[in-house]
Design a protein around this ligand. Structure first.
Ligand code: MLT
Length: 329
């Protein structure tokens, strides 16, 4: 009897010690608004997707999520800012394929390491991209655009969200696989880059479906091709690059939430749990699917899956960048 009482007291004490060992802020987390750094101008696809997801995750965790647009150098300025932020769960990065996957292969001096300086939290669904031209562009289709590009080296002006952004990388990969030289024009985000396609200041650009579709539907721009392996349902008549000028071409953008390294595991678990619950809401995911955003199997949304994916992408981009001879100079 005495032994049983001692054991019970011991277990209760161990529980109390464990709870005490968990920092108070992790138990109460989130006790104040959380900031997500979007390293591009407002109005672009990263900003739009982040706001859609932040709205639902914030309701789940019972605190607001504030979007901090910190553009510059294809997302690397905002990513560096997130890497240096306190690891307390109140600042996180909306990361993507460019500055969290390709950047180490492109920048000689990158002020952060996507793998070593961050703790992955969860992965968003992927977004395919669309090659669009201004509405009065003489190229009727992507074959004609490539013919023009080949005949006039450097005379096709393709806007993008900044050097190292996905709109820059995918345009560079497209030009390399089509065997032409184009002029890549950087902006502070895909939002301003798209405004200049609509305004006719440049020939075209690659943009994510979530921000491209409304402009295509309203005939403000013309879609010539999609970058996914298969056509997207909302643009049935628009071919893939793979079936036209670039066999085997496939490039969808992946996104994820990252916390600075050292963020307490309890914080990461709480955010991941909230997000995974949001992603079981069929009405919510249907809203994203209507923008041609590609849902993933649930196990690929997790922190550990995002961590593995990030490391694999950093490796993959070393050879992709070398083969396509992508340079940031
Ligand atoms: C990109 O092209 O990398 C981004 O999606 C840009 C943006 O969201 O503005």
């Amino acid at each position: 009897m005495h032994r049983i009482r001692t054991l019970a007291t011991g277990l209760a004490l161990a529980g109390a010690t464990l709870a005490a060992a968990m920092p108070a802020f992790a138990q109460a987390y989130p006790a104040k608004p959380i900031t997500w750094i979007v390293p591009f101008a407002a109005g672009g696809p990263t900003d739009a997707l982040a706001r859609t997801i932040a709205d639902r995750v914030s309701r789940e965790v019972g605190q607001s999520i504030i979007i901090d647009n910190s553009p510059g150098a294809g997302g690397t300025v905002g990513a560096a800012k997130a890497a240096r932020a306190p690891a307390d769960g109140y600042t996180m990065l909306v990361g993507h394929m460019g500055y969290m996957g390709a950047a180490p292969a492109l920048y000689k001096k990158l002020p952060y390491d996507p793998v070593k300086d961050f703790a992955p939290v969860f992965r968003f669904p992927d977004t395919p991209m669309v090659l669009m031209v201004r509405k009065d562009h003489p190229a009727k289709d992507v074959r004609e655009l490539v013919e023009m590009g080949k005949k006039n080296p450097g005379k096709l002006f393709i806007s993008n969200a900044g050097v190292g952004s996905t709109s820059h990388l995918v345009a560079a990969l497209f030009a390399a696989s089509a065997g032409m030289k184009v002029s890549l024009v950087p902006y502070k985000g895909a939002g301003p880059a798209l405004i200049d396609v609509i305004g006719g200041q440049v020939d075209g650009m690659f943009d994510q479906t979530n921000t491209a579709l409304p402009q295509i539907t309203e005939s403000k721009v013309r879609a010539l091709a999609v970058t996914s392996a298969a056509r997207v349902a909302q643009l049935k008549d628009v071919p893939t690059l793979a079936e036209t000028v670039a066999p085997g071409f496939e490039a969808s953008t992946w996104y994820g939430i990252y916390a600075p390294k050292g963020t307490p595991q309890a914080v990461i678990d709480k955010m991941q749990q909230a997000y995974l619950k949001v992603m079981t809401d069929k009405a919510f995911t249907a809203k994203m699917s209507a923008q041609a955003i590609q849902m993933l199997p649930p196990e690929r949304y997790t922190a550990s899956a995002l961590g593995k994916h990030t490391a694999a992408e950093v490796e993959r981009w070393k050879s992709v960048a070398a083969k396509a001879n992508i340079s940031l100079d």
